[in-house]
Design a protein around this ligand. Sequence first.
Ligand code: AHG
Ligand code: MN
Ligand code: MN
Length: 344
Amino acid sequence: MPDYTVTTTRYNTLDTDNLTTLQSYILAEEAEHEGASGEFSWILSGISLAGRAIANKVRRARINDVIGDFGDHNVHGETQQKLDIIANEIIMRCLGDRADIGVLASEEGETPTILRSRSDGGQYCVCFDPLDGSSNIDVSVGVGTIFSILRNDLEEVETAEGLILQPGRRQVAAGYILYGSSVVFVLTTGNGVDMFVLDQSLGTFVQVASKITMPHEKKIYSVNEAYIDNFPVGYQQYLNWAHANGYSARYIGSMVADIHRTLLKGGVFLYPPTGKHAKGKLRLMYEANPMGFIMEQAGGSALAGTQRILDIEPDALHQRCSVVMGSSREVEHVRRFLEENGDH
Ligand code: AHG
Ligand code: MN
Ligand code: MN
């Protein structure tokens, strides 16, 4: 039996009458919301198309020349992989012509791209990490795409970055696509968490689980423990406590893959402040916020130190934050040690 619980499992190869595609799911969801115009579904279908296109590139890595460094650095000073650039271009193309998107912001772009003003119909802003875990691509480890959708309804903001800088609790949708042993699309629109798998034969995502509830507790921690000497003391004490209490460690090194496992099997995923990254390595707007939204919607918790991630008021598109997210009981154990040591 899986650790997670679902209220329905609609996709059954013996009963194709129950087959729900991502597209039909989105349309059905929208029909339930009075006044919904259908435009939101265009964004999600654009992300779905981009995900299928990126999955094809990932699947053909080494057959096509997509492995290795692009020979440049992104805004964070990190080496860009060829697939970082390819994935970014695919998403920009797939979302660039969606009439209701006002602003697109990517990990790979220094500043957001303004597509159109709100008065011209740009109702939404989309922040994304086109390829998460991309340094793992050379060794065929799971990588992913993460996205966060915000409403573009702020008054009196003069810059595109100003439109984007909203706390995570204002997200209207968030999700990720994991290019793993199967291609998995996990989505929340603030009404629980649903999961779809790419059916290669149909060329579409089909629903495999709805209203996922993650395990409340599980003795698994997921952290790059090699940095332990540089973690604040509260994290060190938590890890010592976990060692003494029968915990297992699981760390893939791709946030999407580590979060997906945490969502389904439970446990806690951490990226604490380190000597190299004093505020943590992960990015708030397109890594911590969307994943935090998913964790909370599945019944888990998501903190930066002791603060709720979704309540952070951002001040820069590419700002970093520390991350403690997963099963609520496990997050609470970490929080207790941070609190006791004043590690906020
Ligand atoms: P990205 O490939 O988008 O830059 O993200 C990499 C991130 C994330 O996927 C992962 O959790 C983390 O880097 C791993 O960092 P360490 O190698 O320091 O453990
Ligand atoms: Mn990333
Ligand atoms: Mn990335």
